[in-house]
Design a protein around this ligand. Structure first.
Ligand code: FAD
Length: 312
């Protein structure tokens, strides 16, 4: 039994979710190889080779993989899949794009959003927006898994795996890269942030969202997040949405301001280590998951917090 982890990487190297995918793969019990498929893969491959527990890094480096288009990456995984019992990807936008293609091409079962590995064929995964946890067992010869990074730690360094160049698949011609608009921010990336300050409809407008929450996020060195209602109302950009149809986060500190705590929002943040909720409604469901609840008007409470954090 052995596992192939499909790496995700960018200019800054391997994405943190890949380090968690390696941890999940190691819990399956067999050997673990890492596939680094893309263009200019040298740095990511070297980083992967240094991860504890990785046996080999399969390095597929070619122009057809330049933008890691899902069709070409899936074909590359298929080309490398022989002999592996498990193919593991992170449950990110990229992983969710590639995994079903791989599973279909292999005619294999896919188990999505794995939060716990019980044994090599038995897994836990959330269902009904995280309100229930299903234990799923599958005895197929090959399994394709996507794993939730927030439930597994990050693989440490200390490894010294060999990097093996593998033949690169041809461009499938099914899709092409037209351009990228990459949002740049001085803030930490939402899913990797240690602290998140998140705002909801209670902020009332885009201007107030910015005026009230930005100083707190700056003070705490936090990423900014939002509820779907806040995103839909145009208070915050789409990629800040936390929840069932947004990003799944589990920071050390999550500060929810003017967020009611609808089940779909909780699905994205309830695994945060410390949850602070500020809401003027004592009945708001967010208080049921909060470690610290402040029943207050956020327009008074948040500036007070900022001031207190500024005090010497
Ligand atoms: P509201 O529910 O309107 O709550 C606003 C809160 O602000 C209230 O509790 C109020 O008491 C408080 N408030 C108002 N003024 C103040 C003040 N001055 N001081 C303090 N508190 C104040 N939602 C998500 O967030 N993420 C998702 O991914 C998501 N996916 C969804 C998927 C589906 C299929 C569906 C049906 C819904 C989804 N939703 C999602 C929407 C979700 O159901 C809620 O509508 C949404 O989370 C509500 O956002 P909110 O808490 O900001 O707004």
């Amino acid at each position: 039994m052995s596992t192939l982890v499909v790496a995700e990487f960018g200019a800054a190297g391997l994405r943190p979710a890949t380090l968690s995918a390696v941890v999940a793969a190691l819990q399956l019990g067999g050997g673990v190889d890492l596939l680094v498929a893309g263009h200019d893969t040298e740095a990511a491959a070297r980083q992967g080779a240094a991860l504890a527990g990785v046996g080999r890094v399969l390095q597929a480096d070619g122009a057809s993989l330049a933008h890691q288009l899902a069709e070409n990456v899936a074909a590359q995984v298929l080309a490398c899949a022989q002999g592996y019992s498990h193919i593991v990807l992170a449950a990110t936008a990229q992983g969710r794009n590639v995994a079903p293609r791989v599973a279909a091409l292999l005619d294999a079962a896919q188990i999505s959003d794995v939060t716990r590995v019980l044994d090599a064929h038995t897994f836990e995964r959330p269902i009904y927006a995280g309100n229930a946890v299903a234990t799923v067992s599958c005895t197929d010869a090959v399994l394709v898994l996507t794993v939730r990074a927030t439930h597994f730690g990050a693989a440490p360094g200390g490894g010294a795996a060999a990097c093996v160049a593998v033949p690169v698949v041809a461009d499938s011609g099914l899709s092409s890269h037209q351009g990228s608009e990459i949002a740049t921010s001085d803030r930490p990336e939402l899913t990797a942030a240690r602290i998140i300050v998140s705002g909801g409809r209670g902020l009332g407008s885009r201007e107030q969202f910015e005026q009230v929450l930005t100083p707190l996020a700056d003070r705490l060195g936090a990423a900014l997040g939002a509820s779907r209602a806040a995103v839909d109302a145009g208070y915050a950009p789409n990629d800040w949405q936390v929840g069932q149809t947004g990003k799944i986060v589990a920071p050390e500190l999550y500060v929810a301001c003017g967020i009611s705590g609808a089940i779909q929002h909780l699905a994205g943040m309830k695994d945060s280590k410390l949850i602070v909720a500020i809401n003027k409604d004592p009945e708001a469901p967010i208080f049921s998951v909060a470690d610290i609840g402040l029943e207050a008007d956020l327009f008074a409470a948040v500036p007070e917090m900022v001031q207190a954090l500024q005090a010497p």
